[in-house]
Design a protein around this ligand. Structure first.
Ligand code: 5GP
Ligand code: ZN
Length: 112
């Protein structure tokens, strides 16, 4: 499958690993929008948040378990933001569902 994040998960395209378990891979964003910027993906290819079903939603729970674990490991006790961009108007540029974990700066709300 011609998917950038599937190739990163498979190690065919190099990435800086931040966290990994059986279901989830997290790596440093190549163009960070905060001093700490991880991309967290399920290892199984799911296109977007619009494709979550009762059958695959357990993987989203695994994503958020990984978020909490990464926050502990990276000492993000001051806080962080998790972002999912979905679809064209949502700003999604890679068609493999992913969650941005942003931290180590004050994050404006509402976002632009
Ligand atoms: P989106 O805009 O789809 O929500 O997020 C895609 C993210 O993937 C962007 O923040 C972008 O910087 C990151 N990205 C795109 N290509 C690569 C790559 O080859 N390696 C890494 N580490 N990140 C990438
Ligand atoms: Zn994929």
């Amino acid at each position: 499958m011609d998917c950038l994040f599937c190739k990163i998960i498979a190690g065919e395209i190099p990435s800086t690993k931040i966290y990994e378990n059986e279901w989830v891979y997290a790596f440093a964003d190549i163009d960070p929008k905060a001093p700490f910027h991880a991309i967290i993906v399920p290892k199984k290819h799911i296109v977007s948040a619009a494709d979550i079903t009762a059958e695959n939603s357990g993987l989203i729970a695994k994503i958020f378990e990984a978020v909490a674990q990464i926050a502990r490991e990276q000492n993000l006790e001051k806080g962080f933001r998790v972002v999912n961009n979905c679809g064209e108007e949502g700003g999604q540029t890679v068609s493999h569902i992913h969650f941005h974990l942003l931290a180590r700066r004050n994050l404006a709300w509402p976002p632009g």
